[in-house]
Design a protein around this ligand. Structure first.
Ligand SMILES: NC(=O)C1=CN([C@@H]2O[C@H](COP(=O)(O)OP(=O)(O)OC[C@H]3O[C@@H](n4cnc5c(N)ncnc54)[C@H](O)[C@@H]3O)[C@@H](O)[C@H]2O)C=CC1
Ligand SMILES: O=C(CO)COP(=O)(O)O
Length: 325
């Protein structure tokens, strides 16, 4: 199975490195000509993953048409751009493995729903979990959820992508795997705010636990399974992203917590903090589903410029309630 990767950011490049394990050919589509040139000439991605030596069996292209030579495609463009990029990609019946984490603005569709609308003939899988790109690319041990409804394809993809340091766990719950990854980015911004504002470790742990309750409520309302949300792509990724400045979402929150404006923090950045785009869409989607998500709402208010002390005060002053989901 020849793998093509759509997206030459940090995660697309790290996944190309995983797929190239054992000297297998991988084709990486990158939007930036300098990424294509540096991967092909130096086996490095100077723009997005600069300190990693890449496998020489990874070849980069700037032409989406070249992906017609691949058997399966990993989709690693930012969530807001997946629809446009896929519309220009020759997909047909090739399996699409969705690796972006987010919800599309406007349509409020998960990435899988976007992909199905653009390429209805293509089987869909989702690869998601606690996976900082720079760790995966360095060969550090990592486990992910690989979700696909078709068990033959799920097994084939798992076997093709597994490597000694990279262990996929199979699931048939595509929606659950997607929702965990999308919601955790919003909650990671909140945990960053707690860090930046110096609110303490207790507050961070409370936010992770109550945030997980929100993820579960929203996921169950959208048809996800509870065990998927409690697995690698949900709780696992939530814990990772809420505890490290390696996370772009957490780091964005740290800036907000220090009193910097979201507009300034997001201006001119080359890398993507998906939670900033997902937060307002998630607020709409949750309202539509009748699901209460006060922590995610609080993150929206902070991104809109509300003062940290006001937002935290409002969260803590809500009526007391039972703990369950
Ligand atoms: N970096 C990581 O550790 C991980 C990232 N992800 C997810 O992977 C997805 C991609 O993120 P990264 O590879 O980290 O990106 P990145 O932040 O390293 O790079 C930005 C990417 O956005 C692309 N881009 C910018 N404008 C675009 C446009 N108009 N159309 C198409 N592409 C455009 C750039 O070409 C580049 O590939 C995101 O959904 C992210 O949440 C998932 C797991 C780990
Ligand atoms: O999704 C990720 C880790 O699993 C990467 O998180 P950030 O996008 O916040 O850096």
């Amino acid at each position: 199975m020849r793998i093509g990767v759509i997206g030459g950011g940090a995660w697309g490049t790290a996944l190309a490195q995983v797929a190239a394990h054992g000297d297998r050919d991988v084709l990486l589509w990158a939007r930036e000509a300098e990424v294509v040139a540096s991967v092909n000439a130096d086996h490095r991605n100077h723009l997005f993953l600069s300190d990693i030596d890449l496998s020489p069996t990874i070849r980069a292209t700037g032409d989406l048409a070249d992906l017609a030579a691949c058997d399966a495609l990993l989709v690693v463009a930012p969530a807001q751009h997946v629809g446009a990029v896929l519309a220009a990609t020759p997909v047909g019946t090739r399996p699409l493995v969705l690796c972006a984490k987010g919800i599309e603005a406007g349509s409020r569709r998960l990435v899988g729903e976007v992909a199905r609308a653009v390429h209805p003939q293509a089987p869909i899988a989702v690869l998601s979990g606690p996976t900082f790109a720079h760790e995966v690319a360095r060969g550090l041990p990592t486990a992910v959820t690989l979700a696909c409804e078709d068990d033959v394809l799920r097994t084939a993809l798992s076997e093709r992508l597994a490597a000694p340091h990279f262990r996929p766990y199979a699931s048939s719950d595509v929606t659950g795997a997607e929702i965990g990854g999308a919601v955790k980015n919003v909650l990671a911004i909140g945990c960053g705010v707690v860090e930046g504002a110096g609110l303490g470790q207790n507050a961070r742990a409370a936010l992770i636990a109550r945030g997980f309750a929100e993820m579960t409520r929203f996921g169950l309302a959208r048809g996800a399974r509870a065990e998927t949300l409690a697995g690698l792509s949900g709780l696992g990724d939530l814990v990772l992203t809420c505890s490290s400045t390696s996370s772009r979402n957490f780091s964005l929150g740290v800036g907000l917590g220090r009193g910097e404006a979201a507009t300034a923090l997001l201006a001119d950045r080359r890398t993507v903090a998906e939670g900033a785009f997902t937060a307002p869409v998630l607020r709409q989607a949750a309202a539509e589903a009748g699901v209460d998500m006060p922590v995610c709402d609080a993150v929206c208010h902070l991104l809109e410029g509300a003062a940290v002390s006001d937002v935290i005060g409002t969260l803590l002053a809500r009526p007391l309630r039972e703990e369950g989901v």
